[in-house]
Design a protein around this ligand. Structure first.
Ligand SMILES: NC(=O)C1=CN([C@@H]2O[C@H](COP(=O)(O)OP(=O)(O)OC[C@H]3O[C@@H](n4cnc5c(N)ncnc54)[C@H](OP(=O)(O)O)[C@@H]3O)[C@@H](O)[C@H]2O)[C@@H](O)CC1
Ligand SMILES: Nc1ncnc2c1ncn2[C@@H]1O[C@H](COP(=O)(O)OP(=O)(O)O)[C@@H](O)[C@H]1O
Ligand SMILES: [K+]
Length: 504
């Protein structure tokens, strides 16, 4: 699924109006009908509704939804924010239509807001993608009033006060339980800083013209859905052998952090790598050999941490470095040597922190290296960001500048690569917020890279599978009990769901 900016959505609306063709007010009717149907399917027709409308097209949607719910037998009160100026044409048409339904309408002109009866559902249709400045004055007061009412809020298109394409940090924004948005995701929905506002997001199909997306391919962010993942997944043939799936070298672990190496190794093996060697300090040998029988080990000179590179590096086709390696000085000084090997590379955790301390190393990254920072690691590497939007733009810029793939981890992990607009992931859950989940991801991506996926596809597929397997593991776990080792255990379910053909 694509993720569009407010401007692109406006263009797409206009394209549909011109090329379907369909009248703008009829498109609004479709949008409102999709919302009313969603509410009906939810079994919510026995509730009463307070519908809050601005005077733009978002408010027009609200008026049309009010009419449709009233026709379905719901008790409705409509509240219109009165600014003095006329509503948009489609708003005015829908106001006329609503007058015919005898729905009570209250015009809000001052702060004396009518209390919303307990149990009413609030429909928030104040502002949509046309928001052009932060809310203030009476409008901000109204949103505070709605948020503090204790009523469930359903926002239409986007919670009012939330900007589609830039940060709304510190602004007054509606806190919705559900957001009913149209056709595609909006950039605002994938930013962690907005998680408190959107609630559950539903994307409703309003039949916008498909040709628009075809004609602007490459101009949009992409949400990595199942269709896309299937298109990059490589099927195995019956005659395949271990030589087809690469030999990965993982450089991981230090005294007290061998668990990171074990998890990365197991995840790498379960991702289908042909052969795996783990380079680790002496203290880790017994741990790895007893826990992970399929992994070979390459033993470092040092007892406690990694300070050297294995002798014969030529047999490995990829290297994954970072999980649990620590920040000992001798480990730090090893990193430039690893970069000089010019192998396909996945860099995570402390290996990223070492680069952050010596940023000149960024210039030495082999082409198409994959970096997997969480936001703090990212900020250490590329500087602090005031908000998620700026951090994402920095990731795009850094990926181009250093010719690398950046996996900026989070709920909707963002993947940036040179020449691509960027990809957001849509699998995974808060059960993954346990130390070690990142080590598992490094193992998965390293395993896929060894199997000759391109760097970008290894990142996209790895992140998707990582989250999907964690989602599958929820069948037998709560968010609290889910462990990184469960993600490895359920990787087979993730793979199978990609491989299994969907029944039509
Ligand atoms: N055919 C289509 O296009 C379809 C569109 N659809 C719907 O249209 C929505 C977009 O509608 P839209 O473009 O009319 O903008 P909208 O969000 O209603 O707000 C604009 C108004 O708000 C005002 N305003 C802005 N910021 C403000 C602030 N901080 N504080 C106070 N006022 C502020 C601004 O006033 P002004 O800046 O002129 O003072 C203007 O009056 C979209 O989200 C979707 O719901 C669907 O029906 C599907 C088909
Ligand atoms: N709420 C969440 N939703 C989706 N994915 C999550 C969530 N919380 C954590 N994750 C994923 O778990 C991983 C955590 O990685 P990281 O922070 O490096 O952990 P660690 O270093 O402890 O192993 C990332 O891939 C991240 O995307
Ligand atoms: K809204």
């Amino acid at each position: 699924m694509q993720i569009l900016s407010a401007e692109q959505i406006r263009e797409w609306d206009a394209y549909t109006i011109a090329h379907e063709p369909v009248a703008s007010v009829d498109l609004m009717e479709r949008a409102a009908e999709a919302c009313a149907e969603w509410i009906e399917k939810k079994g919510w027709l026995h509730f009463d509704y307070s519908v809050y409308c601005g005077k733009g097209n978002n408010g027009g949607d609200g008026l049309a939804i009010a009419r449709m719910l009233s026709q379905r037998g719901c008790k409705i009160t409509v509240h219109i924010l009165e600014f003095g100026h006329k509503g948009t044409d489609d708003f005015q048409v829908n106001l006329e239509r609503l007058h015919e339904c005898n729905v009570p309408i209250v015009f809000i002109q001052d702060n004396g807001f009518h209390p919303t009866p307990k149990g009413n559902i609030i429909i928030d249709a104040l502002f949509g993608s046309g928001l052009n400045r932060p809310l203030e004055g009476i409008v901000a007061d109204l949103v505070d009033f709605m948020n503090n009412s204790g009523n469930k809020i359903v926002s239409i298109d986007i919670p009012s006060g939330l900007f589609t394409d830039k940060s709304s940090k510190g602004n007054t924004v509606v806190k919705a339980a559900h957001t009913l948005s149209f056709q595609v995701y909006k950039t605002a929905f994938v930013m962690a800083e907005n998680g408190q506002y959107t609630g559950q997001i539903e994307i409703l199909d309003i039949g916008l013209h498909k040709d628009y997306l075809e004609q602007h391919k490459g101009a949009f962010f992409q949400m990595t859905d199942e269709t896309f993942i299937r298109s990059i997944y490589k099927k195995r043939t019956s005659f395949s052998h271990k030589g087809n799936f690469g030999h990965a070298l993982l450089m991981a672990g230090s005294y007290g952090k061998m668990g990171a190496a074990v998890m990365a190794a197991k995840a790498c093996l379960r991702s289908g790598v042909g052969l795996l060697t783990v380079h680790l300090p002496k203290c880790g040998v017994d741990i790895m050999q007893t826990s992970t029988h399929e992994a070979m080990v390459s033993i470092d000179k040092d007892e406690h941490c990694i300070i050297s590179i294995p002798d014969d590096i030529s047999k490995y086709n990829v290297i994954g470095v970072g999980p649990g390696i620590g920040l000992e000085n001798e480990t730090k000084s090893l990193l430039p040597a690893i970069l000089q090997l010019k192998k396909p590379l996945v860099i995570d955790a402390d290996a990223l922190n070492i680069i952050a301390e010596n940023k000149a190393l960024l210039q030495q990254l082999p082409a198409q290296t994959i970096l997997t920072p969480h936001p703090k690691e990212f900020d250490r590497l590329f500087g602090e960001s005031p908000n998620d939007f700026v951090r994402m733009e920095k990731a795009q810029h850094a990926a181009s500048k250093h010719n690398c793939v950046i996996v900026l981890k989070g709920h909707n992990t963002f993947m940036a690569a040179p020449g691509a607009k960027g990809f957001f992931n849509n699998t995974g859950n808060p059960g993954m917020a346990t130390g070690g989940s990142g080590d598992v991801l490094t193992g998965i991506i390293t395993g896929l890279l060894a199997q000759k996926y391109s760097a970008l596809n290894a990142a996209i597929l790895g992140v998707y599978l990582h989250g999907l397997s964690a989602d599958m593991a929820l069948q037998f776990n709560s968010f609290e009990t889910l462990l990184p080792s469960d993600i490895i255990k359920y990787l087979y379910r993730g793979f199978k769901s990609i491989i299994t053909e969907k029944k039509e």
